[in-house]
Ligand binder design. Structure first.
Ligand SMILES: C=C(O[C@@H]1C=C(C(=O)O)C=C[C@H]1O)C(=O)O
Length: 235
């Protein structure tokens, strides 16, 4: 391995030596400037405003110090100040970009800052019922609903039944506090004639519903054994 020992200026035998030494020094200077740059970027996390990023007072005093150091090395203070001024202005611009990315209003917002939109699912009417057998006969056998779930706090306590058919969900409750008989559920639907034919074919003992033409559409009403009615409507 070739070990290169730096030559003093007076030891250089020609331009080749001179330029090799200058290149080596400039490479070291630029490496050091690269290190310096990382300190400047790291400064941005302690800066609280765009003015503090520029830190004009610090810039002024540091340029003055570099002038003194230049003089001590036999260099022109003006030339060194100009060099530093150009360099530091470039660093400030980079620090500003870095700072803005960390500190602007949008960067400061928590990531999950957009609250989810408020939306509603389809409501589920709760209808009062007080005879499980009659409820099953009407809603399951006649209207063709299926049971989604059944709930009782314990055996012998009131039943709460979730039922559904083709997108229509109802809750039937034996709890007297949940609802009073006499409710009407308005159900927009499609193929009301198909439903009418299906219901008539059931030959249900307590109702033979037919379609009534109203101003707002065709209406078919059925009455449950507890005084509630379901008003199907196709418009
Ligand atoms: C690093 C700082 O931020 C800026 C960059 C400077 C630099 O490159 O030396 C000096 C002052 C500021 O303009 C600082 O405030 O010290």
């Amino acid at each position: 391995m070739e070990v290169i020992i730096p030559l003093q200026p007076s030891e250089c035998a020609g331009m080749e030596d001179i330029r090799r030494e200058i290149d080596a020094l400039d490479q070291t200077v630029i490496k050091l400037l690269g290190k310096r740059f990382h300190y400047v970027l790291a400064a941005s996390k302690f800066k609280t405003s765009a003015t503090s990023v520029r830190a004009p007072e610090r810039l002024k005093t540091m340029l003055a110090t570099r002038r003194e150091w230049a003089e001590a090395e036999g260099l022109s203070p003006d030339a060194i100040e100009k060099m530093y001024s150009d360099l530091v202005n470039h660093f400030i611009a980079e620090e500003m970009k870095h700072w803005a990315a960390q500190h602007t209003a949008s960067a400061m917002l928590p990531q999950e800052s957009t609250p989810p939109a408020i939306t509603f699912d389809k409501p589920i009417p709760i209808l009062r019922m007080f005879d499980e057998t009659k409820a099953r006969e009407f809603y399951l056998d006649f209207l063709g609903f299926s049971v989604e779930f059944e709930h009782r706090f314990e055996t012998g306590l009131p039943l709460y039944l979730g039922i559904s058919r083709d997108g229509l969900q109802l809750h039937l409750s034996e709890h007297h506090g949940d609802a009073s008989p006499g409710a009407t559920v308005f159900v927009p639907m499609h193929n009301i004639e198909g439903l009418r034919d299906e219901l008539l074919a059931k030959r249900y003992g307590y109702g033979r519903p037919d379609i009534v033409q109203q101003g707002w559409g065709q209406v078919l009403e059925v009455y449950d054994p507890f005084g509630n009615r379901i008003r199907f409507c196709q418009s």
